[in-house]
Design a protein around this ligand. Structure first.
Ligand code: GDP
Length: 194
């Protein structure tokens, strides 16, 4: 696997801290614990760079990771964690909405959804929200190695149907354990970034 340079440029809570340059950005969204940090690490071939944690919902900052000094992955704090206050949830909502709707550098969003289950209501709402703002969306079904091999095709059809994935949208099955999906995600990334 190719190793890429990755650097946490800034953990931001608001626009004043966003980097002021023109590097294209791709955001990562998903429920807490969906496998976001693991995906970042496996994409750049740097085990343990982005923090994988057992403390879902802890991060309330947008983490701007600069890759190969050319583009950025923006790690958006996970949604759907029960043990946060109403105020934290509202602040989270404002921060995300502001970034996703105002950021000119943004080229597309990877929506991570746990592939072991059917998409949940919040997952569907997030995909709808991104479509509403006409952001290119890639749906990545995570942890699919946990699904028996002979049922993995079903994830495809269930996700496509439940999320109403259109012809011009993509769905990729991903596993950091069995290591598949990475090349397909890179392919999509290159399309958005070039
Ligand atoms: P985050 O909170 O979204 O950043 O999620 P993490 O990357 O920290 O992952 C949450 C948990 O899911 C960790 O225990 C990971 O080891 C596990 N995990 C992540 N990706 C995979 C995967 O592809 N397969 C399996 N089996 N477990 C995974």
């Amino acid at each position: 696997m190719k190793t890429h340079q990755i650097e946490l440029q800034i953990s931001a809570v608001g626009p004043a801290q966003y980097p002021g340059d023109q590097l294209p950005e791709i955001a990562l969204v998903g429920r807490s614990n969906v496998g976001k940090s693991s995906l970042v690490n496996s994409l750049v071939g740097r085990k343990g760079f982005a923090r994988t944690s057992n403390q879902p919902g802890k991060t309330q900052t947008l983490n701007f990771y600069t890759i190969d000094q050319k583009w950025r992955l923006i790690d958006v704090p996970g949604y759907g964690y029960a043990k946060v206050s109403k105020k934290q949830r509202a602040d989270w909502g404002k921060m995300i909405e502001n970034y996703l709707t105002q950021r000119e550098n943004l080229r597309g969003v990877i929506s991570l959804i746990d592939g072991r289950h059917q998409p949940m209501e919040l997952d569907k709402q997030m995909v709808e929200f991104l479509r509403y703002y006409q952001l290119p969306v890639l749906v990545v079904a995570t942890k699919t190695d946990k699904v028996p091999r002979n049922q993995r095709n079903k994830i495809n059809s269930v996700f496509k149907q439940q999320l109403q994935i259109a012809k011009n949208e993509e769905l990729i099955l991903y596993s950091t354990v069995e290591r598949y999906g990475q090349a397909e995600v890179w392919n999509w990334l290159n399309q958005q970034l070039n």
